[in-house]
Design a protein around this ligand. Structure first.
Ligand SMILES: [Fe+2]
Ligand SMILES: [Fe+2]
Length: 379
């Protein structure tokens, strides 16, 4: 026999001493630990002292029958493999016990030595297999618990990380927007009369975007595009920009280049990819007429933020002082919006702006209003 991980023990219970002795003799070379008991009570004590994997009992014994003994053992040692070694006369009882699941197998007296050995071997295998299944189940359960635990931790960590990233992302966007605002301010500063124009157009446009119930990300895009819409004026001569009188044709052609120049300035900035078309088309006319530039796009072909910005740009420009005139009164602004709704302006945008101005009056174009786009979007 090879070395055993744990020695297999079988307990035989019979009130006939000769049977116990012959069983012990028969199995002395099989590598099993063979123990015996002459009575049921002795068997139970024996099992308390030394566990066995297999118990084999006679049926007819004084004090307690084999079936009752096995029931008692089953209650105390549920894993133990229970068998009966019984004569033909007690067969009925034994078969019934098998059918009730009380015992694993039946061996008849007189027994066949080889069959008995084979049955014992199977019984031990059965026991070992049950133990192994139990152990594997336990391991699986523990692994599952550990996995669930890890998953919970992981979920928490991922959530935490995502939150941090979102915050960082938001910080970055705000920093970008500030940089953009500074850039736009530098453009406006070329001309004392247009100082603050870009910021105000951004504010008006984002308010109009909200009035039109556009999604958050579009409101943000409208604001940024509004801030940047005239950034291309950097490429226009100061003399043209600050000319304190009406522009001649040639100068007008030069000023008309600013949307294209602006788009080219912004194109290489990955973060501003969505903004570029909004800037390029902020002077297109809704009716597609050649008054609009640079491409004469019409209707929905013009990016929505551009249409929102054009209305806001007009409101800002009309209500501000110019070198050659004072800012126009609110009525003039309102009638201009109505007059050009459908030709220059998208009617939806013009109507939205009319509603806003009607509601807010002069407060809408008040100078130096504090405006936090993110508070505005989220609030
Ligand atoms: Fe412009
Ligand atoms: Fe403008």
């Amino acid at each position: 026999m090879g070395p055993l991980v744990s020695q297999h023990t079988v307990l035989f219970v019979d009130d006939e001493v000769n049977i116990l002795k012959s069983l012990q003799r028969l199995l002395r070379h099989d590598g099993w630990n063979v123990v015996t008991a002459g009575r049921a009570s002795e068997a139970l004590e024996q099992l308390d002292r030394q566990p066995a994997q297999v118990v084999v009992t006679d049926q007819r014994m004084p004090e307690m029958s084999g079936v009752d003994l096995l029931s008692a053992i089953r209650a105390k040692h549920p894993d133990m493999v229970r068998m009966m070694l019984t004569g033909y006369t007690e067969m009925n009882v034994a078969v019934e016990a098998i059918n009730r699941g009380e015992i694993y197998r039946l061996i008849t007296k007189p027994w066949n030595d080889e069959e008995l050995r084979a049955t014992l071997r199977q019984a031990f295998d059965h026991y070992d297999l049950k133990c192994e299944i139990k152990r594997l189940n336990q391991v699986t359960r523990e692994q599952n618990f550990k996995l669930q635990d890890m998953n919970r931790n992981l979920e928490g960590k991922v959530r935490e990380r995502t939150k941090q990233l979102d915050l960082k992302h938001q910080e970055l966007r705000r920093a970008y927007v500030q940089t953009i605002a500074a850039l736009a301010e530098a453009v406006d500063a070329k001309d004392t009369y247009t100082r603050g124009h870009s910021e105000r157009v951004g504010v008006y446009a984002s308010k109009l975007a909200r009035e039109l119930s556009l999604p958050k990300e579009v409101i943000e895009r409208v604001y940024i595009a509004g801030l940047l819409h005239d950034v291309g004026k950097i490429g226009v001569r100061d003399a043209v920009i600050t000319k304190p009188a009406r522009l001649n044709d040639e100068e007008y052609e030069e000023i008309k280049l600013h949307p294209e120049i602006g788009a080219r300035i912004l194109e290489p900035v990955d973060f501003l990819r969505d903004i570029v078309p909004c800037v390029r088309h902020h002077h297109e006319w809704y009716d597609g007429s050649e008054m609009g530039y640079p491409e004469g796009l019409r209707g929905d072909r013009i990016p929505l933020p551009s249409r929102v910005i054009l209305v806001s740009d007009t409101v800002e420009a009309m209500s501000s002082d110019r070198p050659y005139r004072k800012g126009l009164p609110m009525e003039a602004v309102l009638s201009e919006l109505s007059k050009y709704s459908g030709s220059q302006f998208d009617p939806k945008c013009a109507d939205g702006m009319l509603r806003l101005l009607d509601r807010e009056g002069d407060a809408f174009i008040k100078r130096d209003q504090k405006f936090d786009i993110y508070e505005f979007i989220e609030g």
